[in-house]
Design a protein around this ligand. Structure first.
Ligand SMILES: NC(=O)c1ccc[n+]([C@@H]2O[C@H](COP(=O)([O-])OP(=O)(O)OC[C@H]3O[C@@H](n4cnc5c(N)ncnc54)[C@H](OP(=O)(O)O)[C@@H]3O)[C@@H](O)[C@H]2O)c1
Length: 245
């Protein structure tokens, strides 16, 4: 049986590597394409043929999300076993309380990072409930942990990720009676382009981070030999260690 996964923000970084890893594991993968300049996804399509479905997807736009879901259905996908809400933007991480803040920009960070996950979950609700795995993975951040927070900047990003954590809990509460499982993951400090240029100082490569996330998914949710005693929502890092909310 072939399972279907959908990954948002899949052009590069952790999202792209999760797409690659899921294809390797045998999934049919719907990859949300946002950055038209980035060619890596198309190149992957050459290797995996029809198992990779590319859809234009801006998670910050109602119209784009609806159009993407229409396209997915037209391609013959009736269910989504695994939704990975990965797309996010960083926004301004320099300005503090005494500085001029760009509130329109901050609203866009909230719109993409927190509401983006909600848009996707709502749009795919039925397709997830009718699937086999029924799994939603929200890629969050340690920056969304209120208990651990020592930053006095990063306002838009930190608040948006805290909001995404709350969104995760509310979706979990709402969908658990349908058998839907959820996981909230901090992917680590990763060598990606979130800061505008490659963050070469970061601890993990995108592939290391993505492989950790896929390992968690395999171990906790898709291995039929593992019996999950209780349904609960965890916030963990890529090694499976718990993070405080
Ligand atoms: N990197 C880290 O150290 C780190 C730490 C903690 C959490 N995270 C989280 O990990 C996830 C993946 O981030 P990453 O590090 O891989 O960053 P990334 O390389 O910037 O990847 C994010 C992807 O999302 C895309 N995107 C931006 N806006 C979008 C929109 N409106 N709709 C759909 N896609 C959109 C980006 O497109 P562009 O190519 O145009 O930018 C990019 O392809 C994010 O949720 C992030 O918050 C990352």
């Amino acid at each position: 049986m072939m399972f279907t996964a959908l990954v948002t923000g899949a052009d590069r970084g952790v999202g792209f590597e999760m797409v690659r890893g899921l294809l390797h594991e045998g999934y049919r993968v719907i990859a949300g394409r946002y950055n038209k300049q980035e060619k890596s996804l198309s190149e992957l399509g050459t290797a995996y043929g029809e198992r990779l479905i590319l859809v234009d997807l801006d998670v910050g736009s109602d119209e784009s999300v609806k159009a993407a879901v229409r396209t997915v259905k037209e391609q013959g996908c009736e269910t989504v076993d695994l939704l990975i809400n990965n797309a996010a933007i960083l926004g301004d991480i320099q300005s503090g309380v005494g500085d001029e803040l760009d509130f329109a920009d901050m609203l866009q960070v909230y719109n993409v990072n927190a509401l983006g996950a909600q848009r996707m979950t709502n749009a795919l609700h039925e397709m997830i409930v009718n699937s086999v795995h029924k799994l939603i993975v929200n890629i969050s951040s340690e920056a969304g942990s209120i208990e651990q927070c020592s930053r006095d900047r990063w306002f838009a990003y930190g608040m948006s990720k805290a909001a995404q954590n709350m969104q995760s809990k509310q979706v979990f509460n709402s969908m658990k009676s349908d058998g839907v499982r959820m996981l909230v993951v901090h992917p680590g400090w990763v060598q990606t382009y979130m800061r505008g240029a490659l963050d070469a100082e970061a601890a993990l490569t995108p592939a290391e981070s993505a492989n950790g996330i896929l390992r968690l998914i395999r171990e906790r949710f898709t291995d039929p030999t593992v019996v999950v005693a209780e349904q609960r929502l965890d916030f963990v890092d890529v090694d499976g260690n718990s993070w405080p909310w």
